[in-house]
Design a protein around this ligand. Structure first.
Ligand SMILES: [Mn+2]
Length: 309
């Protein structure tokens, strides 16, 4: 266990019922599905105090127009991301552990803004472990879909549309050497160029097949322990294979197996160095009887210290 990193024993759950950043609807029900799967009881059983802050109020699609085709629903995403960033910042300032439930992955805009404001105030370096089938490294200039959930990592790195990257008045929020992507298997051509340009550590499913998830996550954690003071885990549930978690925003075959996903999270728990967590893209519409949310709650528990023995 590391002593440099703070892992607070009170967890603040913040729900972000957002699907405006995604192409397919339904992930706005993700926070409910995770709560119904017993998240708070599971965390309390592990010895944590849990405060549920409820959900941020997000306008539904029918109340508004999409606006610019390359930045769909920008206005509402910016407004709610600002609110989310303030809540994440407050949780950290209160010495609590923010656990943010999405919602599509545009959630990371607000989450990373809140963490970076906290880190800036305290003089801490932020590292992000981004577990995802996709790179989420598009900008308004490269996006094939206009869906903002494909842009949050680029924005955090200071790339893309001004108001998206400048949330909380900090840009860049994240240095390229302090991010690692794990689980990649669907990357747009321009995202590949940006990943290479910024020399970002990116572990694809092929890397995981060859090296094993255990070796990869421990390498990343060892590097981050030296380099940063706050480790955030941004977990897109579409990193998991659809045979295990079919209820996700953008299912892509060939993902993490049941045990690979748990082993990844168990290693993060053993490190004792995760200071915040977000869970994105649970889609109950595509799910079978809440199986994906239940699996995700087990994964959250593994990342927070649940052990087989
Ligand atoms: Mn994602």
């Amino acid at each position: 266990m590391s002593t440099k990193f703070k892992q607070n024993k009170t967890i603040e759950i913040i729900g972000f019922p957002m699907d405006l950043g995604a192409g397919r609807r339904g992930v706005d029900m993700g926070p409910s599905a995770l709560r119904i799967a017993g998240l708070d009881r599971k965390l309390e059983a592990l010895g944590y105090d849990v405060i549920d802050r409820g959900d941020i109020d997000v306008k539904i699609m029918e109340e508004q127009s999409a606006g610019e085709p390359n930045l769909k629903y920008l206005k509402e995403i910016l407004k709610t991301s600002e609110e989310l960033s303030g809540m994440v910042f407050s949780a950290l300032e209160n010495n609590n552990f923010p656990l943010c439930l999405g919602g599509d992955h545009s959630m990371a805009l607000g989450v990373l803004a809140g963490i970076s404001a906290h880190c800036k105030k305290k003089g801490l370096a932020m590292g992000v472990i981004w577990i995802d089938a996709h790179a989420d490294m598009n900008t308004h200039e490269t996006t094939p879909s206009g869906n903002i959930h494909g842009m949050p990592l680029a924005a955090a790195l200071g790339r893309g549309y001004g108001n998206l990257k400048n949330l909380m008045g900090i840009s860049p929020k994240l240095l390229p050497e302090n991010v690692a992507l794990i689980g990649l298997r669907s990357i747009d051509p321009e995202e590949k160029l940006l990943l290479k340009e910024l020399k970002i550590s990116a572990y694809t499913m092929a890397d995981i097949d060859k090296l094993g998830i255990n070796r990869i996550i421990n390498k990343v954690l060892a590097q981050f322990r030296e380099r940063v003071d706050h480790i955030h885990v941004s977990f897109d549930v579409d990193s998991i294979d659809p045979s295990v978690a079919p209820g996700v925003g953008t299912p892509v075959p060939g993902g993490l197996s049941y045990r690979e996903a748990h082993l990844l999270m168990e290693n993060i728990a053993e490190c004792g160095c995760m200071s915040s967590l977000e869970i994105a893209e649970v889609n109950p519409i595509l799910d079978n009887r809440n199986q994906s949310a239940e699996f995700t709650v087990e994964l959250i528990a593994s990342s927070m210290g649940q052990r087989i023995l």
